[in-house]
Design a protein around this ligand. Structure first.
Ligand SMILES: *Cc1c(COP(=O)(O)O)cnc(C)c1O
Length: 473
């Protein structure tokens, strides 16, 4: 395994710290421990090369298109990074009081205002650190709401096409789960839903557009069915790439929603930590939002912690501030017209790419798509599946799309090109997909044994997920 410690050898180290000639003031040994720091002994060039070479084993959106459906890997403009690394922001200590962080609080406040405008909702918290964390926060709000009204509603309905984090959030909050089927056309099965809504229904979670890349045509009807029953309607808005400036979640009838800054608003993704999954709510749920909230009082921005009905804290300090900053820059640079253009281009790109692929790949739900679409491996020679196709894509220098999700389409290949790819890139990707189809018939072993060019070839995906080895010993 390539680990910096394996390169370590006593004396290789080439650092040069000037010798201190004055009086020494040794620290008390209770602060220093009794062995030296376990650091590798390597020179600077070796150290730099080690990490640069490691970074090259990975794939990133700065290298090529990353068409991961549902997860929106758009190009993140570098100006976001430049502003987020300004010492005026990075040197701001999280324990600074509001009096010395007015600028940062203003950004938090204004970003919440922008997200309110975009969604049509009345209250926003930026605190959750990921989409799934936003869901958890949202479901905690649903729970709190029914605690306050004194109703014993213990069930949340989720469609069979839902992102896996939806049922996980529901279960973590102690709700029971009911699954509603989708129709072959990709909408929620309204008849089935009708039979499921009852006095125990606390709410329903629905992704919009759905994980099939399609807009549910009955969304307002669903909202009405839930509201007539006193239930809440939760919108999974992880990905707003099709709706910015076009449609607002509040108008669709949702009461509560999350959105992922790291999907729609061009901030880095990562491990459920460095992201941000803001939650937006309608007026009567604002009182349950987590604390602290940034509010404006007497011309000053302050932290409001005194909210008797709050669900409490969901994140330390004021949250992932440098992520907010990137999203804030993105929104300010684009403006309302630019955001609308993002969605129009994202939808156009997805439909264009679909039109290039639909003769070579099976297109199971024949409806014009939103920002993403689904094809699959039906019609490929037997033995060659979505799994092999996605691995072969890597050999051609593209990242693979999302595969085997959503579960309602067999062997799904879910593609989201995003608005940041130009026409040539989309055509290059389509050419690769067509080439793979041809290879599958003419030289199937090349596809079956792919990938050939990646640092690690075929990983054991089950073991990698069940017993990941994350630590070097
Ligand atoms: C990505 C995604 C989530 C979860 O967001 P994370 O930030 O990965 O936790 C939830 N729902 C949908 C539809 C998503 O695409």
């Amino acid at each position: 395994m390539e680990i910096i410690f394996n390169k370590s050898k006593t004396g290789k180290n080439s650092y040069a710290v000037p010798q201190w000639k004055g009086k020494e003031y040794p620290l008390d040994s209770k602060y220093t421990g009794n062995s030296g720091a376990a650091l590798p002994d390597v020179g600077e060039p070796e150290l730099v090369r080690h990490y640069v070479n490691l970074s090259k084993k990975n794939f990133c959106v700065d290298e090529n298109m990353y068409p991961l459906g549902s997860c929106t890997m758009k190009y993140n403009p570098k100006i976001n990074e430049k502003l987020a690394s300004d010492p005026g922001f990075t040197a701001l200590h999280p324990l600074c009081g509001p009096e010395s962080s007015q600028g940062a609080l203003k950004i938090i406040f204004e970003l919440e205002e922008y997200l309110k405008k975009i969604t049509g909702m009345k209250g926003v918290t930026l605190l959750p650190a990921a989409g799934s964390h936003g869901e958890l926060t949202g479901v905690m709000i649903i729970k709190k709401h029914f605690e306050k009204t004194g109703e014993k509603r213990d069930t949340i309905i989720i469609p069979d096409s839902a992102h896996g984090t939806n049922p996980a959030s529901v279960a973590m909050c102690g709700f029971k789960l009911k699954e509603v089927k989708s129709t072959p056309e990709g909408d929620v099965d309204i008849k089935a839903l009708e039979g499921m809504i009852d006095k125990n229904t606390a709410g329903m979670m629905l992704t919009s557009p759905g994980t099939t890349g399609l807009f549910d045509r009955n969304i307002k009807k669903i909202a009405k069915m839930l509201h007539d029953n006193g239930s809440l309607f939760y919108g999974d808005g992880a990905n707003l790439n099709a709706t910015l400036g076009k449609a607002r979640f509040a108008d669709m009838g949702f009461d509560i929603m999350h959105m992922n800054l790291h999907k729609t608003f061009s901030t880095p993704h990562g491990g459920g930590g460095p992201g941000a999954g803001p939650v937006a709510v309608v007026e009567n749920l604002i009182k349950y939002l987590p604390v602290p909230r940034v509010i404006k009082k007497g011309g000053q921005y302050i932290f409001e912690k005194d909210m008797p009905d709050t669900i409490g804290r969901v994140h330390s300090f004021a949250g992932n501030f440098l992520i907010y900053l990137r999203a804030y820059v993105y929104i300010r640079l684009l403006g309302a017209a630019g955001l609308k253009d993002v969605s129009e281009t994202a939808v156009l790109n997805a439909n264009y790419l679909l039109s290039l692929l639909k003769d070579d790949y099976n297109w199971p739900i024949k409806r014009k798509c939103m920002h993403e679409f689904i094809i699959n491996d039906k019609g490929f020679p037997s033995g060659i599946t979505t799994d092999h196709i996605s691995k072969r894509i890597l050999d051609y220098g593209f990242h693979a799309p999302t595969v085997f999700f959503p579960l309602i389409v067999e062997h799904s290949i879910m593609i989201e090109p995003t608005e940041t790819e130009n026409r040539e890139t989309l055509e290059n990707f389509a050419d690769v997909m067509k080439k793979i189809k041809k290879e599958a018939f003419e030289t199937p072993e090349i596809v079956l044994n792919a990938p050939h060019k990646t640092p690690i070839r075929r990983a054991d995906v089950v073991q990698a997920a069940r017993t990941p080895v994350l630590k070097w010993e």
